[in-house]
Design a protein around this ligand. Structure first.
Ligand code: NAP
Length: 350
């Protein structure tokens, strides 16, 4: 993923930025897009380049890209490139693969399927215990000519407790396990007594060029308010639990107004909770109206709210389906019907 230096300057400017900054970032990306990026061929077959967009050949059925949603674009997403410009100056794909609970061959083949389906954002964490498999799958895909390192965006996270107590060691261990040169994005997985110290260690790795962007996970309004004044680099994204039954409608605008991108985990409710969410009558009805699946409706709802999605899957058909989010658009009425499903029902403790 390539870098835009003016956006990076903004990212270093500390906290307290407003939506106007976000508009500027979006404008910067538009300018950059106009002068630098490859133009997508007509008919929905996407250009390659560094956008996390599939290279070569035609996209799977149903993957044409519509223009920006008519009901707004709160995340400043580029729906044609399927990316967002982070305040670090790097582009991040707006849909990816989550790898929590994927291990061994299932993990390697899921990453391979995702890369072959055009996914360019892979989300892992030290705590998932699968960084080595992910690194192997990525190196193999690069060797096989499926993707280049520069086209990819790999996220990992360091965990509270002993990792954040000795953050340099934990960060270097992630880099070593992945073994893909640099990490595109590293997050603190949760708040911790040593979180500021750990974040400052990540800042040093950014300066050394070993990590490109840094951010937070499971930080909400109170935690962000306390944390942001203590660090130099504004987090690029914040990754929190977000799905139709737990929408965080108070937290999302708070984060976006600071020029920070919001990323959602458990977009489909997480393992053990997907059946109820995917079978929800409102979501099912909207899915039927558009001729797509409930999963696609939920993922598209997130994108139209400006939330980056990283659905987890070990099923190649699901992985492919979860990339086909750009050929339909939810109406304002449909968005509001899904917004009305919020139950403040969290499926994990953090
Ligand atoms: N930062 C954090 O604290 C945190 C916490 C949790 C998760 N995460 C990240 O967020 C990612 C997403 O969370 P998750 O994977 O736990 O939960 P999820 O994406 O909400 O749901 C995954 C489940 O949905 C199923 N699924 C996926 N696509 C589907 C489709 N198109 N149709 C039907 N079912 C589908 C999967 O089954 P199949 O395998 O059969 O497709 C799997 O059982 C994780 O993988 C991880 O990278 C971060």
């Amino acid at each position: 993923m390539r870098r835009n230096d003016s956006a990076a300057e903004k990212g270093r400017a500390g906290s307290g930025r407003r939506r106007s900054v976000f508009v500027l970032l979006a404008a910067a990306l538009l300018t950059l897009s106009a002068c630098g990026r490859p133009t997508p061929p007509a008919g929905g077959s996407d250009a390659a380049g560094s956008a996390g967009i599939p290279t070569g050949g035609s996209l799977p059925a149903g993957s044409q890209t519509l223009p920006l949603p008519s009901d707004g674009n709160p995340g400043g997403f580029d729906f044609e490139r399927r990316t967002v410009l982070l305040n670090s100056g790097y582009e991040m794909p707006i849909n990816g693969l989550g790898t929590y609970s994927l291990h061994g061959d299932e993990c390697r083949s899921s990453v391979r399927s995702a890369l072959e389906s055009g996914v360019r954002l892979i989300d892992t964490a030290s705590a998932y215990g699968n960084e080595e498999e992910i690194g192997e799958a990525i190196r193999q895909a690069i060797a096989d000519g499926i993707v280049t390192r520069e086209e990819l965006f790999v996220t990992t996270k360091i965990y509270p407790g002993s990792e954040m107590a000795d953050p340099e060691k934990a960060i270097q261990a992630c880099l070593d396990r992945l073994d893909i040169g640099y990490v595109d994005l590293m997050l603190l997985h949760h708040p911790d007594p040593n979180d500021v110290k750990a974040y400052k260690a990540m800042e040093r790795f950014v300066k050394e060029g070993k990590i490109r962007s840094i951010g937070l996970s499971n930080w909400y309004v109170e935690e962000l308010t306390e944390f942001l004044p203590q660090v130099d680099i504004t987090p690029a994204p914040v990754q929190n639990e977000i799905h139709p039954y737990y929408q965080e409608n108070d937290v999302i605008p708070f984060i976006q107004e600071k020029g920070i991108v919001v990323q959602g985990w458990y977009p489909l409710g997480g393992r053990g909770h997907t059946a109820e969410l995917l079978g929800d009558p409102v979501i099912s009805e909207i899915a039927e109206a558009h001729g797509v699946s409930s999963a696609q409706v939920i993922l598209r709802w997130n994108l139209q709210k400006g939330v980056v999605v990283i659905p987890g899957s070990g099923n190649p058909d699901h992985i492919r389906e979860n990339t086909q989010l750009y050929h339909f658009e939810l109406t304002e009425v449909e968005m509001n019907r899904i917004n009305a499903l919020d139950r403040n029902e969290k499926y994990d403790w953090y």
